[in-house]
Design a protein around this ligand. Structure first.
Ligand code: G4P
Length: 526
């Protein structure tokens, strides 16, 4: 037990994730309203880059500006300190979202009742599963017609590969939506469209009471009873420990736009969601309540203004207390650093803070000291493991378009990769540099930023690649043989690890068959 236990235990640091348009922004805003962090609806601007604006630079820059302000939204609620970490809506920045997930202790997934599980949600859930992050599902837009709730739960279990347990249950939907039965609190929450709050909350310990009919009518009362009976029969009883292990996801239904079911979600969330969890470092497991400060950089946000090139490095505090102006060790540099203006993000305003605790996120102004994954400590030689890089989905050769600026180009590429904008592979055969990204937009971002921040010009040349896989083998001779045979397709990543560039799925399958001693990995950590 540490002197900071009380502070640390009341923290709830989480992210809301969804496929674009499911209602993440709307839900976030409603949570902030409850927390008193904002006072009017519409204060949180969606940080999604509109689908049409794929190469509208002003738009992207504007959006980036907004997303710094809303990167972390913190507020106090019923004695809890809630930290919501925002994630980019645009799927081309999925890698950013993955990294943000390394800094949270739990996740709320928003699913649109009409659309069900969508591509982006599936990918994000994969990351949560890998890390055993506890997940709560909020099924949104119940004021619209959508899928049958039981079918949707099956779909979630199947597609997201997680067991679910409804903690609230909708009474009809769309224009006939009457509200939800809150299984967790055993209350009936009645809904009136556009009221922005639950119209009536009725204690309902016994769902068999005939009073139910007087509220929702005979047919719906009968249906609700049989639905609840089915739920109790089919789904295991809700157990917080199972949720905390990431083995079961409680499900809530509601309508974020109508502010219906949101407070119920928040009330349950603060009670059951984990306070900061222990984090595995290379050397040992770090407990949040340890006295000494430790933390890691999970995101670097560059200011794209060429006149004041500066960044904010986002630190997740893993243990203890962070103090302004104290000396902390930058482990990769083996150097002590002092931070005079760390910022926190309360009520959407950035402000300098004197202290912060495990679970909190602080922003450190930076001029190039940090890269993603860097560890800061009170002195201990410790390395937090970052999130592995995933094999990118798009690849291009990057070439220098201005021979006078080769140095600037290389520096720019290196720094952008440190920031985690994309991944760099160097082909060992011809020495050419290949940039791998998850979306087309990143190529444009890189080109733009190289020019505006580093005065370097690059051009892209096509390369037809299917996947980059990290390879290893216990059999050194087999590894050398593979590298020789595939020499044209061998590259190294930024850390110097061997990467095999497969130009088609077929070639990759053949390679896996022909070289059984070689292990092919699709993420950089194995
Ligand atoms: P995102 O951040 O996940 O991308 O979604 P966002 O909250 O921006 O919501 C996407 C659209 O869905 C918005 O409409 C929003 O108003 C709507 N929406 C969110 N929750 C609900 C709900 O419970 N019921 C209904 N019917 N709609 C909901 P939009 O027209 O795209 O944007 P806007 O012009 O209203 O901002």
């Amino acid at each position: 037990m540490s002197q900071y236990s009380e502070e640390i235990k009341r923290r709830r640091t989480f992210a809301i994730v969804s496929h674009p348009d499911a209602g993440k922004t709307t839900l976030t805003e409603k949570l902030l309203l409850f927390g008193g962090a904002i006072h009017v609806a519409g204060a949180v601007k969606s940080n999604k880059i509109k689908k049409t604006a794929t190469s509208d630079w002003m738009e992207i820059e504007k959006q980036r500006g907004i997303s710094v302000a809303t990167s972390v939204m913190a507020f106090d609620y019923e004695g809890y300190k809630v930290n919501i970490l925002d994630t980019p809506g645009h799927q081309d920045f999925a890698e950013d979202t993955f990294r943000t997930l390394t800094a949270v202790d739990s996740v709320i997934i928003v699913i649109d009742i009409a659309k069900g599980v969508e591509a982006q949600t599936r990918k994000l859930m994969e990351v949560c599963r890998m890390r055993k992050t506890p997940v709560i599902v909020f099924v949104n837009k119940m004021d619209r017609d959508g899928k049958d709730p039981f079918d949707l739960l099956d779909e979630i279990e199947e597609e997201l590969q997680i067991k679910v347990r409804p903690l609230s249950w909708p009474i009809d939907m769309g224009q006939r939506f009457k509200g939800v039965y809150n299984i967790y609190e055993q209350k009936l929450d009645l809904y009136t469209p556009s009221k922005q709050y639950v119209t009536e909350k009725i204690e309902f310990n016994d769902i068999n009471s005939p009073e139910l009919e007087s509220h929702i009518g005979d047919t719906l009362a009968e249906k609700l009873r049989s639905d609840i009976e089915l739920i109790e029969g089919v789904y295991p009883e809700f157990d917080v420990e199972t949720y905390l292990r990431g083995d079961i996801a409680p499900v809530f239904f509601g309508s974020a736009l109508n502010n219906f079911g949101v407070k119920e979600l928040l009330d349950c969330f603060v009670k059951i969601a984990p306070s900061p969890r222990p984090i595995q470092a290379v050397e040992r497991v770090v407990e949040p309540e340890e006295d000494n400060f430790t933390g890691f950089i999970f995101k670097i946000h560059a200011n794209m203004d060429p006149n004041h090139r500066s960044c904010i490095a986002f630190v997740k505090i893993c243990s203890g207390r962070f103090e302004r102006n104290a000396l902390y060790k930058h482990v990769r540099f083996g150097k002590q650093l002092r931070f005079s203006s760390p910022t926190a993000f309360m009520a959407q305003k950035k402000e300098t803070v004197d202290e912060a605790f495990a679970g909190d996120i602080i922003g450190l102004p930076d001029t190039g000291n940090f890269k993603i994954g860097d560890t800061l400590t009170s002195g201990e030689e410790l390395h937090f493991k970052g999130l592995p890089s995933f094999s990118p989905e798009m690849f291009k050769y990057i070439e220098n378009a201005d021979p006078m600026k080769a140095k600037q180009l290389n520096k720019g590429i290196e720094q952008l990769m440190d920031e985690g904008v994309a991944q760099l592979f160097t082909n060992q055969f011809n020495g050419r540099k290949i940039i791998g990204t998850v979306g087309q937009l990143q190529f444009e971002v890189i080109q733009y930023r190289l020019l505006h921040e580093y005065g370097a010009q690059c051009k892209w040349e096509p390369i037809s690649l299917y996947k980059a896989c990290w390879i290893e083998s216990e059999n050194q001779a087999a590894l050398e043989n593979f590298k020789k045979r595939k020499s044209q397709y061998m590259a190294v990543d930024k850390e110097g690890r061997d990467v095999y560039l497969a130009d088609s799925g077929y070639v990759l399958t053949m390679a896996q068959q022909d070289f059984p001693d070689i292990k092919f990995h699709f993420t950089s950590e194995f």
